[in-house]
Design a binder for this molecule. Structure first.
Ligand SMILES: [Zn+2]
Length: 66
């Protein structure tokens, strides 16, 4: 078993999936894609955290499939 980091997003966690047609979702997904493109892991993680929070707050129980 690999140990997960004590901070940030667990490496085995699947990245949050943006909801189609939701502007904040798309913006955060674009932010994440841009960060990954730049190789900016920390910014990509930040975008994941924000997107996950947004999903929990705005799309709570909205057909969550991971
Ligand atoms: Zn959304």
């Amino acid at each position: 078993m690999e140990r997960q980091p004590e901070y940030g997003t667990p490496v085995h966690d699947r990245p949050p999936v943006p909801r189609p047609g939701c502007l904040p979702c798309l913006e955060l997904a674009a932010q994440r894609a841009g960060a990954r493109h730049r190789g900016d892991v920390s910014a990509a993680t930040d975008a994941n955290v924000l997107l996950r929070r947004h999903l929990a707050e705005t799309h709570e129980g909205d057909g969550y499939t991971g």
